[in-house]
Design a protein around this ligand. Structure first.
Ligand SMILES: Cc1cn([C@H]2C[C@H](O)[C@@H](COP(=O)(O)OP(=O)(O)O[C@H]3O[C@H](C)C(=O)[C@H](O)[C@H]3O)O2)c(=O)[nH]c1=O
Length: 289
């Protein structure tokens, strides 16, 4: 990696700011996004603003300055899969997003593709499955349940809890992004996944066991509107063409390490917790099993 890496905080729709930063960069890796589906259901506008207009703003700066660009996106652009169908998403799967969040990410991917084709910018795209690991906001599924248990609150499962997510440790995601930047072909898309399909109920039961609690000690709550049933990535292209492989040994080991991180870093997550639970309490209630 280069000697000067800047993680930039600020408004990516601020064209003057973005232009200044891009003018000074050899490479832009675009991780910035409004990323939480539940938030996109209560207020879609920040998602259109940041994910669509923000990406447009970056693309225009990259076009002006001829900067190499990598766009980080999600497998949610492909919609969802049935539980009983073994098919997985590939780079050829048609876009079919379900939520305001995933539709804005789909729109941002299409903008990148169009800027490659129409203006010849040097860009790659990656679409990754669900991340977990340290420093994830407590509104997300795994940190919410870990911090609930630490606070003596029962974990909360949406609907029947049988929805499947394909988990990858954030460090493996980052290594995959770097592999694509170094070895990927400009104009191409690569799917990132670590063969980590698990249903939500199993995640919660594993987590309770790892934290020394009764595995049945959780609640079902109101389901998410339009809740995608299953995500699953076929990472063959990334593995065979670019030689990437995940380094994290297994989801359960990664989960245990993540629990330890949240145990040891309450100072980091505590300021997020009350507002997050209040936000959920306003739209969710406990339902019978
Ligand atoms: C917060 C919460 C979630 N859930 C369920 C909903 C999902 O089936 C699963 C994971 O939910 P989460 O909101 O953490 O993540 P997804 O909606 O799958 O989306 C995530 O992974 C993709 C790839 C992105 O692109 C998103 O940016 C990222 O947020 O757990 C519950 O059952 N209870 C809860 O309290």
């Amino acid at each position: 990696m280069g000697s000067r890496v800047h993680v930039v905080e600020g408004d990516i729709t601020d064209a003057a700011l973005v232009d200044r930063l891009v003018a000074d960069a050899d490479l832009v890796v675009h991780f910035a996004a409004e990323s939480h589906n539940d938030n996109s259901l209560t207020d879609p506008w920040p998602f259109v603003h940041t994910n669509v207009i923000g990406t447009y703003t970056l693309l225009e700066a990259v076009r002006r300055h001829g900067t190499r660009f990598h766009h980080v996106s999600t497998d949610e652009v492909y919609g969802d899969l049935d539980l009983d169908d073994p098919v997985r998403f590939t780079e050829a799967t048609a876009y079919n997003p379900s939520s305001p969040y995933s539709s804005t990410k789909g729109a941002s991917d299409l903008l990148v593709r169009a800027w490659v084709r129409s203006f010849g910018i040097a860009a790659t795209i990656s679409n990754c499955s669900n991340n977990y690991g340290p420093r994830q906001h407590v509104e997300k599924f795994i940190p919410r349940q870990i911090t609930n248990v630490l606070d003596g609150i029962r974990p909360k499962l949406y609907g029947d809890g049988l929805n499947v997510r394909d988990w990858i440790h954030v460090d493996d995601h980052n290594r995959a992004v770097w592999t694509i930047i170094e070895r990927g072909h400009v104009g191409e898309t690569y799917l990132i996944g670590a063969d980590g399909e698990v249903d939500n109920k199993t995640v919660v039961r594993d987590l309770l066991e790892l934290m020394g609690r009764d595995a049945d000690d959780y609640d079902h709550v109101t389901d998410r509107a339009g809740h995608d049933r299953r995500y699953a990535i076929d990472p063959t292209r990334l593995r065979t063409e670019l030689g990437w492989a995940p380094e994290y040994p297994s989801f359960r080991e990664g989960l245990a390490a993540t629990i330890e991180w949240y145990r040891d870093n309450e100072d980091w997550w505590r300021p997020q917790k009350d507002a997050t639970e209040a936000k959920y309490a306003a739209v969710q209630s406990i339902v019978p099993r």
